[in-house]
Design a protein around this ligand. Structure first.
Ligand SMILES: O=P(O)(O)OC[C@H]1O[C@H](OP(=O)(O)OP(=O)(O)O)[C@H](O)[C@@H]1O
Ligand SMILES: Nc1ncnc2[nH]cnc12
Length: 191
């Protein structure tokens, strides 16, 4: 079995000083590890009757679509403003400096459909909390949230209550590094 943790590369001070960036690209490039990651993200939800996987761009898309296929579900994209062409639900949320916004098509989810939210990483929880608020506007039946990485030091799981949160790899933050979420950055170039 692939050692997933060994394929997460730590990059100190990226994208700015003080941030410890958890780089998933070595794992993505390894065929066995990618397969294993998708299997482990899907495992608790195999019998959950998931109709649709929803995920936010960009890294959420990497795992959202293969998870949907693994679960026999459809895929619905959640995107930044200006990217979806039809009628929209929008949710603006606070970053440390400024705001961000996510959107979903109003007909992306039918009321009562069972939805799994997927992302590569949970830090402050701001991104997936925004996804959950959008799914609530669609009257979705959210079965849970699945992540590859959970940076526990940011307390993001509390923002996702009462939903079921599953993560494959947990980072406790006790490695002594001053870990910061890149969500807590000043607005700047997209990374
Ligand atoms: O729990 P949070 O504090 O919200 O942080 C996690 C989010 O941060 C990253 O996305 P980012 O906004 O950097 O965009 P990207 O997927 O386009 O790289 C990551 O892919 C998660 O979506
Ligand atoms: N420390 C971090 N590494 C990689 N992606 C992130 N998204 C939010 N915080 C992050």
């Amino acid at each position: 079995m692939a050692n997933l943790r060994s394929l997460i590369r730590d990059i100190p001070d990226y994208p700015k000083p003080g941030i410890l960036y958890r780089d998933i690209t070595p794992l993505l490039a390894d065929a066995d590890a990618l397969h294993e990651a998708v299997d482990q993200m899907a495992a608790p939800f195999l019998d959950a009757g998931v109709d649709v996987v929803a995920a936010a761009e960009a890294r959420g898309f990497i795992f959202g679509t293969p998870l949907a296929m693994r679960l026999g579900a459809g895929f619905v994209p959640i995107r930044k403003p200006g990217k979806l062409p039809f009628d929209l639900h929008s949710f603006a949320y606070q970053l440390e400096y400024g705001t961000d916004e996510l959107q979903i098509h109003v007909d992306g989810i039918q009321p009562g459909q069972r939805v799994l939210v997927v992302d590569d990483l949970l830090a402050t929880g701001g991104t997936v909390e925004a996804c959950l608020r959008l799914l609530e506007k669609c009257d979705a039946d959210v079965v849970g949230c699945s992540f590859l990485l959970h940076l526990e030091a940011f307390g993001g799981e509390a923002r996702l209550e009462p939903y079921h949160v599953h993560s494959v790899l947990k980072y406790s933050g006790d490695d002594g590094e001053a870990e910061l979420s890149i969500q807590n950055r000043e607005p700047g170039p997209s990374i």
